[in-house]
Design a protein around this ligand. Structure first.
Ligand SMILES: Cc1cc2nc3c(=O)[nH]c(=O)nc-3n(C[C@H](O)[C@H](O)[C@H](O)COP(=O)(O)OP(=O)(O)OC[C@H]3O[C@@H](n4cnc5c(N)ncnc54)[C@H](O)[C@@H]3O)c2cc1C
Length: 381
């Protein structure tokens, strides 16, 4: 068993750290306060090769494997301190570009991937509906084929990047069969006739991911060639890119690491009862728990990436990694704020910014309850 990164991966991580510290971290907090999409930052990320990092090179990407992509996510999040941007990047690359890269035919890959890698197009993944969240198979969107187009009708809710995205990987029923059957996947452009972009949804704090919104398909005309994969097999097809979707949460490793860095520094500096609070064992216990959580989340997540790279069955590991990493991120944020005391509740400190993204992470992409049910189902079958 080899737990080390290659020299090439270490060098790459170093360059990402420098890039994130220099180009991304300055202004991260201010960017969160606006509803504008940070197009200049997006362009820099594209130029650095991040937007297309795991996309095959022939379509404009860098062809990085899952372990390298996970490392890039962790390091970028740790040093950019911009979870909002991480959510935008994950939605764009891991759950829009990668399903197209994995499931798309040659024409679809040629058509959509270069623009997504260059950042001229913004991507999104639109599965959830007002009446179908955890029970995604209950989706009500319908697609009916008429000649060389599908006519899509339905509504999608809580879609990251929706207020600005150009390309959506989305889902609709093409038959009335219940459950997983009859769900088809489509690539929908925001310029298609009948595509309706709703207003951005208002989140408690912009740093959750300021770009969450609704979209609707109102007799939306989607060319038949934009069917992604086989008609009616969309649900099963998505499982083939599940690893990428779950690895989109790797940014939380970096978020946890930067919080721990901050907590160690603060606890050594902050005095109470005549000594630094780091001398108190109750504070030490929090730091120790944060460090163990981070290490365990890393092991689960990198193992998932390695299993995905080595073509192993990942469903159980994907649920382990998603469940543990996101819940650990939430514990990390809460305990970190506690260590900072009153300052933890103030906007001057970064620590508080991590709370809502972490809370949203135990809901988005399949709630913790659903991850536990998935794990139990696999254990009991
Ligand atoms: C910030 C943010 C960004 C998001 N981005 C996207 C995106 O880009 N694309 C997208 O498609 N979706 C996105 N989502 C939606 C997200 O995936 C859903 O919110 C999530 O799947 C839960 O669905 P729901 O909100 O409808 O909750 P519900 O399904 O209504 O669940 C409500 C509660 O009931 C629990 N519950 C449901 N069923 C069971 C059960 N069988 N047993 C036990 N408990 C159960 C849930 O765990 C939850 O606690 C995003 C959500 C958020 C918050």
């Amino acid at each position: 068993m080899d737990f080390d990164f290659t020299d090439e991966q270490k060098d790459f991580a170093k360059s990402i750290q420098e890039f994130a510290e220099k180009e991304i971290a300055p202004g991260a907090r201010e960017r969160e306060q606006t509803a504008e999409f940070p197009r200049n930052i997006w362009k820099k990320m594209a130029e650095f090769g991040l937007l297309g990092l795991p996309v095959p090179e022939e379509y404009g990407g860098s062809g990085a494997d899952a372990v390298t992509t996970t490392l890039a996510n962790e390091v970028f999040a740790r040093h950019s301190r911009d979870m909002d941007l991480m959510i935008k990047w994950g939605s764009h690359t891991m759950i829009c570009a990668m399903p197209i890269a994995v499931l798309g035919n040659e024409e679809q890959k040629q058509r959509y991937l270069p623009g997504l890698c260059e950042g001229t197009h913004i991507g999104a993944f639109a599965l959830t509906e007002p009446e179908a969240g955890s029970d995604a198979t209950a989706l009500r969107s319908r697609a009916v084929r008429e000649g060389d187009v599908y006519i899509l009708n339905g509504n999608k809710m809580y879609i990251s990047n929706a207020p600005h995205a150009d390309v959506f990987v989305t889902f609709a029923k093409t038959t009335d069969e219940a459950g997983n059957e009859g769900i088809s996947t489509f690539i929908v452009e925001s310029g298609f006739q009948g595509f309706v972009r709703g207003k951005p949804l208002e989140l408690y704090t912009p740093s959750v991911g300021s770009d969450v919104g609704e979209i609707a398909f109102d007799d939306c005309r989607v060319p038949a060639e934009n069917l992604l994969g086989v008609e009616g097999q969309g649900f099963y097809a998505m499982l083939t890119s599940l690893g990428w979707e779950r690895l989109a949460f790797a940014g939380f490793l970096g978020g946890m690491a930067s919080n721990l860095d901050d907590c160690i520094a603060y606890s050594k500096e902050r005095q109470a009862f005549g000594k630094p609070i780091s001398k108190f064992q109750l504070i030490q216990a929090k730091l120790a728990d944060m460090a163990v959580d981070l290490e365990a989340a890393r092991l689960l997540t990198y193992k998932l990436a390695w299993m995905f790279d080595t073509d192993q069955v990942i469903h159980l590991q994907a649920a382990f990694a998603k469940l543990f990493t996101t819940e650990a991120a939430l514990r990390n944020a809460l305990e970190g704020i506690q260590i900072f005391g009153g300052y933890g509740c103030m906007t001057d400190e970064n620590i508080g910014r991590s709370l809502w993204p972490a809370k949203a992470s135990v809901i988005g992409g399949g709630t913790s309850e659903i991850q536990r049910l998935t794990i139990a189902r696999m254990l009991l079958r």
